[in-house]
Design a protein around this ligand. Structure first.
Ligand code: FAD
Length: 288
């Protein structure tokens, strides 16, 4: 209920309740390193009317990065971590990206028993194949307040299987980009037609997201879903790094990808920063 914004608002309320502060539009350019320790973060100078000075947010206890493993590596100054560690981080195998179809549709006459969630698989023998697995949801089924009366919202996407290489070097806004969006979103329209046969006629608002959208707005290296670490072949990295004072969390860390997993890794990173006496005090409080 309330869309994905409700999850973010809950996290923000929790942060602020405990004295935290959320800074938006604050791009971290680099982790500041002083005396061989992560000492804070350097923010990119804000354009337009600012004095162009870079703001440094100083860390009292430590810096925790939840940017992806590839993006965190980019934030670390040359020489601050061993070359082998950086090379290993950057070489982490990567899943593909996404094509998204976001629609606002006319909902009149839609079946009353329409399901919210749909999974489409063309070939069960190759689940990683480009555009093979697609997912769709119609969240207004559960929460009609997400759209004006009589309308519905639909979101369909390829499940982390869109090759970034198809989009690499294509200029956003160019005719080539528009044509590629049209072409690569057809598999989503076709999937949705299995649920709502006349969906193309119903669409009043159509937005296509691409790996370049992901890369730009989510600021994830090559728009990736995350590390492609198989449970069979390896284990996910923990919260520590070779740079004292720097921890990592998020979906490049143990226990893996997904909101609950990323939240758990954040808790683990925070716990590791707190002294054992704080842990014991918290346990005592829980026992009361
Ligand atoms: C289409 C899609 C569907 C998904 N569905 C589900 C689902 O149903 N259930 C589920 O549990 N999970 C789902 N996931 C996965 C889940 O969204 C992620 O695993 C989770 O959001 C990862 O959280 P994170 O904090 O690790 O990383 P992110 O959410 O990527 O957060 C990292 C943040 O760091 C910011 N950032 C990066 N670089 C900088 C910088 N230099 N300076 C400042 N900020 C920076 C980014 O802007 C971003 O806000 C889905 C993901 C996708 C893409």
């Amino acid at each position: 209920m309330g869309g994905s914004e409700a999850i973010i608002s809950a996290l923000q309320r929790g942060l602020e309740k405990h004295g935290g502060r959320l800074l938006l539009r604050s791009h971290v350019e680099q982790v500041a390193v002083e005396g061989g320790r992560a000492a804070g973060v350097v923010l990119r100078a804000r354009g337009g009317g600012g004095d162009g000075r870079r703001e440094v947010v100083r860390a009292r206890k430590g810096v925790i990065s939840n940017a992806s493993v590839w993006d965190t590596a980019r934030l670390l100054p040359e020489g601050s971590v061993p070359k082998e560690w950086r090379a290993r981080s950057v070489a982490t195998p990567q899943t593909g990206s996404f094509v998204h179809l976001h629609l606002g549709i006319d909902a009149s006459g839609l079946p009353a028993d329409l399901d919210c969630h749909h999974l489409f698989v063309d070939d069960w023998s190759d689940l990683d194949a480009p555009q093979n697995v697609r997912i769709a949801s119609i969240p207004t089924v559960f929460d009609p307040s997400l759209a004006p009366p009589g309308k519905a919202v639909v979101h369909a996407y390829t499940a982390g299987n869109e090759p970034y290489s198809l989009w690499e070097g294509v200029r956003r806004g160019s005719p080539e980009y528009a044509a590629l969006k049209e072409q690569r979103s057809q598999c989503l329209w076709k999937a949705l037609e299995r649920v709502i046969p006349d969906i193309r006629e119903r669409a009043e608002l159509t937005m296509v997201g691409t790996p370049l959208t992901h890369e730009r707005f989510l600021r994830r290296n090559r728009g990736t879903y995350g590390p492609a670490i198989s449970a069979r072949g390896g284990t996910w990295p923990g919260n520590g790094t070779p740079l004292p004072g720097l921890s990592v969390c998020g979906d490049s860390c143990m226990p893996g990808i997904g909101v609950p997993a990323a939240a758990a890794s954040g808790m683990m990173a925070a716990n590791a920063l707190a002294p054992v006496w704080s842990h014991l005090k918290t346990l005592d409080e829980l026992r009361l």
